[in-house]
Design a protein around this ligand. Sequence first.
Ligand code: GDP
Ligand code: MG
Length: 160
Amino acid sequence: LLRKIFFFVQEVEQTYIMIKPDGVQRGLVGEIISRFEKKGFLLKGLKLFQCPKDLAQEHYKDLKERPFFPNLIDYITSGPVVCMAWEGDGVVASARKLIGATNPLQAEPGTIRGDLAVQTGRNVVHGSDSPDNGKREIGLWFKEGELAQWESVQTPWLIE
Ligand code: GDP
Ligand code: MG
């Protein structure tokens, strides 16, 4: 009961993970999702989505002065992406580790970018860089009611 009350009061950390158009086109959707599944985080939202330009610009607004910004917007809107919300204590930083460095040539082997990509401009996946941005980005990419409220039967085998 205490755990239930605590669960109710506490805000659980969530991160926005997105498989970029190159990941979808290269048939890496299952591979990438399975890395987060196997790790033990909880999938709260999932959809295939063609991103409009204004949403891509809003998502990456902190980078709008950078020279690569127009290419980045073209890249993200060049085909469907897979939008995901993942939940769990420490999920934001852990997902960033699973994803690896922005430049795939510098990303460690064993990470998604380290194993599956070669160029910064085609680095297959996005992950929020802070819990606040996780909240902001999930709010941006998912509509009210698109996230599932559920508890996995695995939870007691993952969290003591
Ligand atoms: P991330 O948080 O690791 O995804 O990296 P950033 O937030 O710094 O950049 C967002 C995204 O912009 C990256 O994942 C790349 O897709 C793209 N990007 C960042 N830096 C560069 C660059 O120097 N060149 C190009 N072409 N794309 C970049
Ligand atoms: Mg970033």
